[in-house]
Design a protein around this ligand. Structure first.
Ligand code: MG
Length: 366
């Protein structure tokens, strides 16, 4: 493939309710959609999906847009004849911009799949199987509101429940969730909000709740402390923010810092790196699952295709579109194909929805 044009579309779609984690709160989903057109006239779509305000990471919609327009789109044209893996290798020269890389690479994979008429899952080594969908809920002002949110969402059939925790909001909500929802498969995500020296007693107390895992209890680069905590716990630890690159994953494996890894396509810079990291983690005996930002339909559909790969062994954070967003940019939206399962689908971008929620567009031709 040779690419002849790239368009960017910044869209902002409101969430049904604000999503709060240990680092902050968002009420609107920002995404930079990337449309890349080949010399054969095939357009592939990708999605760069940073959260506004550096909520999860330092990348923002504005910085991601800038990188795509100034660096990555010109780089794509300079590549000449390419396939998705070679594109991913060349984009790895921009290590500080994983979200922008994920967006552009997603467009190249999509163009490739559409050009040869194969489903993305096949190109990524997956299958047509359903991906198990786990419910994630944010932080709430009260335990009653937390329990009500879970009770409202669970009937869709999710296969496990994840609640967010932070210092001061951990043991009590867990006790309440166990009391109300019994032995439901349950996990917690701390988004790096604890310190081992300061919160050791609380972290050890989490072992009593029979959790599937404790996701990212400590800081992003606390590899050694994570390993020490893991040795003290029966419950598996899971890396999210810490698994920011293939090299970081190698450190986590060598140090035995965690037993599980959450692979986020946006955080690691695209589908190719995500697949390699999932394969490497699985080969090292780690449990693997697909996390989300969450993203809109383009990146979520592509993520579902990737998560059918056999390296992904645990329930994903992939939700139906209607769980988060008041509208969706793809047709069809992401839906459960059976209770708790999401099958990989063919999809297209709905131009009307992109226009309705668009705040900026830009087109580049060499
Ligand atoms: Mg997480």
């Amino acid at each position: 493939m040779i690419f002849q044009a790239v368009s960017l579309h910044h869209v902002r779609i409101p969430l049904h309710e604000p999503f709060r984690i240990a680092n902050g709160e968002v009420g609107v989903k920002d995404a930079i959609l990337v449309a890349a057109t080949t010399d054969e006239g095939v357009t592939g779509w990708g999605e760069a999906s940073p959260m506004s305000g550096g909520f999860y990471s330092k990348e923002t919609p504005e910085s991601t847009w800038q990188t795509l327009a100034d660096d990555l789109a010109p780089a794509l044209f300079a590549m000449g004849e390419i396939d998705p893996v070679r594109c991913a290798d060349l984009l790895a020269g921009y290590p500080r911009e994983p979200f922008a890389r994920a967006g552009l690479e997603g467009a190249v994979w999509d163009a490739h799949a559409r050009t040869i008429g194969e489903p993305l899952w096949k190109l990524l080594g997956g299958s047509a199987r359903e991906v198990p969908s786990g419910l994630a809920v944010g932080l709430y002002p009260s335990i009653d509101e937390l329990l009500a949110a879970i009770a409202r969402e669970l009937p869709r059939g999710y296969v496990r429940l994840k609640i967010k925790i932070e210092p001061g909001w951990d043991i009590e909500p867990l006790r309440a969730v166990r009391a109300k929802f019994g032995d439901i498969p349950l996990m917690v995500d701390a988004n790096a909000s604890y310190r081992l020296d300061e919160h050791r007693a609380t972290l050890l107390a989490l072992d009593a709740f029979d959790l599937m895992m404790i996701e990212q209890p400590l800081a992003k680069e606390a590899f050694v402390d994570l390993a020490e905590l893991q040795r003290s716990l029966r419950t598996p630890l899971c890396a999210d923010e810490s698994a920011f690159s293939p090299d970081a994953l190698d450190v986590l494996i060598e140090q035995r810092s965690v037993r599980i890894v959450n692979i986020k396509i946006q955080r690691v810079g695209g589908l190719h790196a995500a697949r390699l990291m999932a394969e490497r983690a699985a080969a090292a005996g780690l449990g693997v699952w697909l996390g989300t930002m969450p993203e809109l339909g383009v990146a979520t559909h592509q993520g579902v295709h990737l998560a059918t790969h056999p390296a992904f062994t645990l329930p994903s954070d992939v939700h139906p579109s209607e769980r988060w967003f008041v509208d969706e940019i793809t047709a069809p939206p992401v839906v459960m194909s059976s209770p708790g399962g999401i099958a990989p689908q063919e999809w297209r971008v709905n131009d009307d929805v992109v226009r309705r929620y668009g705040v900026a567009t830009w087109r580049f031709e060499p």
